[in-house]
Ligand binder design. Structure first.
Ligand code: UDP
Ligand code: MG
Length: 328
């Protein structure tokens, strides 16, 4: 069995690839790192080309013959970092898995301390970009994002969305990610009962190319945040969310309708011109609808398939089993 699978999501990072692979080879060749494991160390590097149009895939292919364990998955088009990571997690054959950005901002030398911390009894160890080398337009929103997420989820780590993380494969395989949810992996992991730790890692300025995330990240980040909050609280029991809201609405509507009806019967008040009658009807209908949405949610949550979140253009160097896993 492979000891460590390195997963690299990349989108138009042609200039960085060769250097990254060199740095990874040096880091993985480190004796101390290899001796962390009791059995002989082996690794694979799975690069997921997320629809690059700059020839990144060609660069990777040209390096496969000279780089043992280098594998490639090319997406048909750009599906986003979350999809790329999901594909990587699904094919990873390693007992342990490490994700790293392709743009050389994460330092492969930090993999060793992360693994050390993992082996101390964690299931996921996230890097903490303590000295983050990015413009203020990134670092300030990121601080805000981390603080809000910490507040709402109770997860006590500083840097939730660091590209550099190590996992036990039992955890990485179990992750069901969609949207841009890679940002919340530690939250989802902790919610599933896994032990999450963090280690400060070195971070470097972007050397080539530009960031793939503009201002649009804030909006999609917000929606994913709501989705994650919902999922982590109610995914396995949607009826508890919708059912409660539906019940409150229904009871309020019922109370109002009862009141107007009694008012009509006993006081003979004219009721069809009273706004409160309409409110009562509205709340009754809303209540029933919320309740049925909850029931539908229950059915969906049982049968949500993990497939169809990415379509693969080609793969290289995967074993038969990996092929099956990725295309099923
Ligand atoms: N990435 C990707 N698909 C995307 C966007 C980004 O695979 O749609 C990769 C990108 O190539 C890089 C990593 O995700 O390896 C992090 O992206 P980036 O460096 O642009 O994010 P930043 O560091 O600016 O937050
Ligand atoms: Mg980057």
């Amino acid at each position: 069995m492979i000891t460590l699978s390195i997963i690299v999501p990349l989108f138009n990072e042609r200039e960085s690839i060769a250097e990254l692979i060199n740095e990874l080879s040096v880091a993985l060749g480190d004796r101390e790192l290899q001796e962390l494991f009791s059995h002989p160390f082996s690794h694979e590097i799975v690069m997921i080309d997320d629809g690059s149009t700059d020839g990144s895939a060609e660069v990777i292919k040209s390096l496969t013959s000279s780089t043992p364990g280098l594998k490639l998955i090319s997406f048909q088009k750009n599906f986003g970092k979350t999809a790329a990571l999901s594909a990587g997690f699904r094919v990873a054959g390693g007992e342990f898995v490490c994700t790293i950005d392709a743009d050389l901002q994460d330092d492969p030398a930090s993999i060793k301390p992360l693994l050390q911390k993992l082996l101390e009894g964690n299931d996921l160890v996230s890097g903490w970009k303590r000295h983050r080398r990015d413009p203020l337009t990134k670092t300030i929103p990121s601080k805000f994002f981390n603080t809000v997420t910490r507040l709402f989820t109770g997860l006590r780590i500083h840097d939730i969305n660091c590209g550099l993380k190590v996992y036990r494969s039992s955890l990485s395989r179990s992750l069901e990610l969609h949207g841009d949810m890679h940002r919340y992996i530690p939250v989802l992991a902790a919610w599933n009962g896994f032990r999450v730790g963090e280690v400060a890692v070195s971070h470097r300025p972007r050397k080539f190319g530009t960031t793939k995330y503009g201002a649009g990240r804030f909006l999609s980040g917000l929606f994913d945040f709501l989705a994650v909050l919902f999922i982590t609280r109610y995914f396995r029991r949607p009826i508890h969310f919708f059912g409660m809201a539906g019940l409150i609405s229904f009871l309020a509507g019922f109370g109002i309708s009862l009141y107007v009806t009694l008012d009509k019967i006993f006081n003979n008040h004219f009721i069809s011109n009273r706004p409160i009658l309409f409110l009562g009807i509205l709340l009754l209908i809303l209540g029933v609808q919320l309740f049925s949405t909850g029931l539908l949610g229950e059915m969906l949550s049982i049968s949500a398939p993990p497939e169809s979140r990415f379509a693969i253009k080609e793969t290289q160097n995967l074993t038969n089993l990996q092929e099956q896993n990725i295309s099923s």
